[in-house]
Ligand binder design. Structure first.
Ligand SMILES: *Cc1c(COP(=O)(O)O)cnc(C)c1O
Length: 378
């Protein structure tokens, strides 16, 4: 393998996972559509059956591994049909009846459903909020600590190195949901985590047109268990999605840099508005998350959250935006925003807005938002 440690993020992103050049072959081979592969005689790998292996996944898995743990000979990645498939693979391949798992109380809203399912299987689930490293108080006897930093949608941050040290000291494994940051924003495996898990539906692929997930890990046995779970559950990505995701990775650094810069500019503009409360972005120097974030993140993410006075004002604001679609999800090149309380799953005020900042020209975007704030006030 070429030594990638010295490369910049842009170089790594455009070259991630490319096979060795071969005369007359494309730079990135197209999607391989195959339910099965020619397999005379002994059924040896690498490609036997489409639920277990696919060369398009292999290229993508190498690419994501190179971003999650640059230059590491040990990193292994498994791609999944969605972020939830990846999260479920870690939880359900690892935890058994009687085990204890610690989950965030303020993380991605489907974690509440996962909690019910884990409890139905006799796994004890404890929860702790993301900010302030409160997980430390509930770690005793745990098999797995699950953290989501920055958290969605509250944008709190916990100290990954500190929590990993405490968890490992007690024999617990640590998984980090790295969806919001992307591997260019932080590299949980380098911070000591056992798993870096993410939804590729968001910033990693960035165009709002595919669902995808992945688990990256440095331990071969843990990865084998995750792959085995994927085979059992059959939660596999289609070859077309995997190929589109790989194609999108080439622009990851361009997209993430632009979107993170735009997010900080927008957050600064919102900070000057009287009607905006509870403004959060880990990149803002005054943000409660900033200090810990600055110690472990390389980019602060494309999401900004804040609240307007009430539901009506938030709805008027969303209606008045022209460059920002009222839609869920985040991390895409087109800005989106939504009133998060409409889903009912998060502990947020009625006027709470989760704003996903896209790659528009910053002046256009900020002007649109300020105009919509004025319109919502009127
Ligand atoms: C969206 C999201 C997920 C779930 O990903 P899907 O691809 O929608 O299954 C998990 N964690 C976080 C933090 C998310 O934002």
């Amino acid at each position: 393998m070429t030594d990638q440690r010295g490369w910049g993020d842009g170089t790594r992103a455009v070259r991630a996972g490319l096979p060795e050049p071969e005369k007359h072959e494309p730079t990135l081979p197209g999607p391989v559509f195959a339910a099965h592969y020619h397999l005379p005689g002994e059924p040896t790998g690498p490609y036997r059956y489409g639920r277990d292996e696919n060369p398009t996944w292999t290229h993508l898995e190498r690419a994501i591994g190179e971003l999650e743990a640059p230059g590491s000979p040990d990193v292994e990645t498994a791609v999944f049909a969605s972020g939830m498939a990846a999260i479920s693979a870690v939880l359900f391949s690892l935890l058994k009846t009687g085990d204890v798992a610690v989950l965030p109380s303020d993380g991605y809203q489907s974690l509440a459903l996962l909690r019910e399912q884990l409890e139905a299987y006799g796994i004890e689930v404890r929860t702790a909020p993301t900010g302030g490293d409160a997980q430390l108080d509930v770690l005793a006897g745990a098999r797995l600590l699950w953290i989501e930093t920055p958290s969605n949608p509250g944008l709190d941050v916990c100290d990954v190195r500190r929590l990993v040290k405490a968890a490992h000291g007690q024999g617990a494994l640590v998984a980090v949901d790295n969806t919001l940051a992307t591997p260019l924003g932080q590299r949980p495996l380098e911070l000591g985590a056992d798993f870096s898990v993410a939804s590729g539906t968001k910033g990693l692929t960035g165009h709002g047109d595919i669902l995808l997930g992945h688990v990256a890990c440095l331990d071969a046995d843990l990865t084998a268990a995750v792959r085995r779970w994927r085979k059992l559950a059959g939660a596999i990505p289609g070859p077309m999605e995997a190929w589109l995701a790989h194609r999108s990775l080439a622009t990851l650094q361009l997209r993430v840099d632009r979107q993170c810069e735009n997010a900080l500019l927008l957050a600064r503009a919102l900070a000057d508005r009287d009607e905006v409360s509870g403004l959060r972005h880990p990149g803002l120097p005054g943000d409660p998350s900033h200090e810990v974030a600055a110690g472990q993140m390389r980019r602060f993410g494309s999401v900004v959250s804040f609240a307007l006075a009430d539901r009506e004002r938030a709805e008027r604001f969303l209606d008045a935006l022209r460059l920002v679609d009222d839609a869920t999800s985040f991390g895409g090149v087109r800005s989106t925003a939504e009133r998060r309380a409409r889903w009912g799953g998060d502990d947020v005020p009625e006027g709470f807005i989760r704003f996903s900042v896209g790659a528009e020209d910053p002046d256009d975007l900020v002007a649109d938002v300020l105009r919509a704030l004025d319109a919502a006030a009127g």
